[in-house]
Design a protein around this ligand. Structure first.
Ligand code: UDP
Length: 491
């Protein structure tokens, strides 16, 4: 039974990993289930609550008086006791300081998540939600939830294609059969004859700290109630089927979650306060022709060196296309001079906007003037690009982003690779200005690619409409959870 006092309402507890790429879709999930009549509670730490959740949840609750309020439940996170700097409550803290990344804080932060086991146990004992949606990085969550008879759903934050790719690569080890790490091979068993190289694969070492951690994640997924996937069936049907038939017991496609944000404010303030006035940004876009602007963003973690930034700027200028470029830095005029070609700002005046810091991404992508997206292929960004009907230039850096790139370029055929060949932790291959220019020109001029991208966007919108594929999946999941509750009531 939920804590709301209303026995008919399901109570779903969401526990996101503390990184923007996970907290953003979790907030969207909480809204989705609240809209469907459930009670949603988000579990997070004090700082993330203030920085990230309080304001949008307050607005959502005010704007939807007929729904059960989304609640926030705070768990303390004693950073210093866990060997982390004071205030290190999310990955943003680490990625905004390259020295912390170099010092290995990313892995330390990930492993510090173990701390939450005990507080979560205490919480579940008293709260007894109908379900726990626990992030993949909390592999102990399945057992903890099981102690109290709470079904645990896993949220990876990525799509079916990369989940299936990981599975096939792990199982068949095709990288052992090639002569060099740059020799392309077809991924065995994976539908679509997908080609990749060894140097683009996620860490394969099974005995490393990360390798063992990934094994725990797989085991906890195997024992869980199932997997929630931010995707929609029509986008990757072969992989959705493969995952459900071969890889995992059960999964529900409930995306694109970003489409749950309809109002201006909701779209404009996802994640952080934007570093540009949203209205100014839209006004600038309003002055541009339809499909004429390329938007460049590398997500919440990438941090390029000045040499690479300079090359991107030169490539953009050479492409002669209008652009909005998000640079993940707080930059003064003096700092910008270190990575902008001399005279760049005068020559591109009126043609380009540089946003230093955080951009209102979904608002920008949805604007009709935007006609292309140069992306690092983080799953949220990629799916947001799909939902906005955009052809993409792919520039993967790490994690599962190379897999996502293959979906866009080899399966959906709505993307052009910028030409990155290998995985790197924070910054990838050096990409020349000529490559940037070529890829931007190609993506902005390819009419077939654009047409297909727009068709996918229509499918995405249909999927989340009442009676659409994702909408039906959400209903189906809620019915199953209700059955579990009824079953428990009988025991
Ligand atoms: N994002 C944003 N403004 C920015 C950068 C990122 O709103 O300037 C959002 C973006 O819309 C996406 C998320 O942050 O929802 C980034 O997640 P993704 O999976 O794309 O990449 P990650 O940051 O996890 O690498």
């Amino acid at each position: 039974m939920g804590t709301s006092g209303d026995v008919s309402k399901l109570h779903i507890l969401f526990f996101p990993y503390m990184a923007h790429g996970h907290m953003i879709p979790t907030l969207d999930m909480a809204k989705l289930f609240a809209t469907k009549g459930a009670k949603s509670t988000i579990l997070t730490t004090p700082l993330n609550s203030t920085l990230f959740f309080e304001k949008p949840i307050k607005s959502f609750n005010q704007e939807n008086p007929g729904l059960e309020d989304i609640a926030i439940k705070i768990l303390n996170f004693p950073c210093t006791e866990l060997g982390l700097p004071e205030g290190c409550e999310n990955t943003d803290f680490i990625f905004s300081n390259p020295d912390l990344v170099k010092a290995g804080l990313t892995l330390k932060f990930l492993l510090a998540m173990n701390y939450f086991q005990e507080p979560l146990e205490q919480l579940l004992e008293t709260m007894k939600p109908d379900c726990l949606v626990g992030n993949m990085f909390f592999p102990w969550a399945t057992k903890v939830a099981d102690k109290f008879g709470v079904p645990r759903l896993v949220f990876h934050g990525t799509g079916y294609f990369s989940l299936c790719t990981s599975y096939c690569v792990r199982l068949h080890k095709p990288y052992e059969k090639v002569a060099s790490s740059s020799e392309p091979f077809v991924i065995p068993e994976l539908p679509g004859d997908i080609v990749i190289t060894d140097e683009q694969l996620i860490e394969k070492e099974e005995e490393s700290v990360m390798g063992r951690f990934m094994k725990e994640i797989r085991e906890s997924e195997r024992d869980s109630f199932g997997v929630l996937v931010n995707s929609f069936y029509e986008l990757e049907p072969a992989y959705s089927d493969f995952y459900k038939n071969v890889v995992a017991k059960r999964a529900w496609d409930i995306g694109p979650l970003s489409l749950r944000n309809r109002g201006f404010e909701e779209k404009a303030e996802r994640g952080k306060k934007a570093s540009i006035d949203e209205h100014e940004c839209v006004k600038w876009l309003d002055s541009k022709k339809c499909d004429s602007v390329i938007y460049l963003s590398f997500g919440s973690m990438a941090n390029f060196n000045n040499e690479q930034l300079l090359e991107i700027a030169a490539g953009l200028e050479m492409s002669e296309h209008d652009f909005i470029w998000v640079v993940n830095k707080n930059c003064s005029q003096v700092e910008m001079e270190e990575w902008l070609p001399e005279g760049f700002e005068e020559r591109t005046k009126g043609r380009g906007l540089i946003i230093c810091g955080w951009a209102p991404q979904v608002l920008i992508l949805d604007h009709q003037a935007v006609g292309g997206f140069l992306t690092h292929c983080g799953w949220n960004s990629l799916l947001e690009g799909v939902a906005s009907g955009l052809p993409m230039v792919t520039w993967p850096l790490g994690a599962e982003q190379f897999y996502n790139e293959k979906l866009v370029t080899q399966v959906l055929k709505t993307g052009v690779c910028v030409g990155v060949t290998k995985m790197s932790k924070v910054v990838g291959d050096f990409i020349s200005r000529e490559k940037v220019e070529r890829a931007v020109r190609e993506v902005m001029c390819g009419e077939e690619r654009r047409k297909h991208a727009k068709e996918l966007a229509e499918m995405a919108k249909d999927a989340v409409k009442e009676g659409g594929s994702s909408d039906i999946e959400v209903d189906r999941l809620m019915e199953e959870l209700m059955l579990v509750r009824l079953q428990k009531g009988k025991e």
